[in-house]
Design a binder for this molecule. Structure first.
Ligand SMILES: Nc1nc2c(ncn2[C@@H]2O[C@H](COP(=O)(O)OP(=O)(O)OP(=O)(O)O)[C@@H](O)[C@H]2O)c(=O)[nH]1
Length: 129
C-alpha cells in the first residue's frame, strides 16, 4: 500500500486535525493501520444498519484484521430520533464479538463531541498490550 492518508475531524476550537500515515514502501504503514479499524455508523440510518452489520462481520473475518481492535463511532447523535448506542450495539450484535476488543462511542462529528473519548479508548488499548 502506498501513502495512506486518514483524516480524523476534530472540531474543537473549530480546528481540523489530520492524522497522516506516511512512509516509504515496506515501512509498516498497513500493519500499524490494521491495529485499528474504525467503523462509523450513521445513527440516523435505521434502514441500512443491517448492511453495516454484514460488512462489519466480513471485515472482522479478514486475516489481516485478526488482531485489530474495533472502535465504532455511533455518529450523528445530535439528530433527534437517532438510534442510541444501546440500539446500535444490539443491531450489530456487538456482545457476540469475542475475538476482538471493541468499544462503541456515541459522537457528533459536527461538534467533535465523543471523538476524543473514542480515540482515548484506542490509546488505552495500546498501553495495556
Ligand atoms: N447532523 C449531523 N450530520 C453529520 C454528522 N457528521 C456528518 N454529518 C453530515 O453527514 C453528511 C456526510 O458526512 P461525510 O463526513 O461527508 O460522510 P462520509 O462518510 O465521508 O461520506 P462519503 O464521502 O459519502 O463516504 C454531511 O452532510 C455531514 O455534514 C453529525 O455528527 N451530525
Amino acid at each position: 500500500m502506498g501513502i495512506l492518508f486518514t483524516r480524523i475531524w476534530r472540531l474543537f476550537n473549530h480546528q481540523e486535525h489530520k492524522v497522516i500515515i506516511v512512509g516509504l514502501d515496506n515501512a509498516g504503514k498497513t500493519t500499524i493501520l490494521y491495529q485499528f479499524v474504525i467503523v462509523v455508523v450513521d445513527s440516523t440510518d435505521r434502514e441500512r444498519i443491517s448492511v453495516t452489520r454484514e460488512e462489519l462481520y466480513k471485515m472482522l473475518a479478514h486475516e489481516d484484521l485478526r488482531k485489530a481492535g474495533l472502535l465504532i463511532f455511533a455518529n450523528k447523535q445530535d439528530v433527534k430520533e437517532c438510534m442510541t448506542v444501546a440500539e446500535i450495539s444490539q443491531f450489530l450484535k456487538l456482545t457476540s464479538i469475542k475475538d476482538h476488543q471493541w468499544h462503541i462511542q456515541a459522537c457528533c462529528a459536527l461538534t467533535g463531541e465523543g471523538l476524543c473519548q473514542g480515540l482515548e479508548w484506542m490509546m488505552s488499548r495500546l498501553k495495556i498490550r
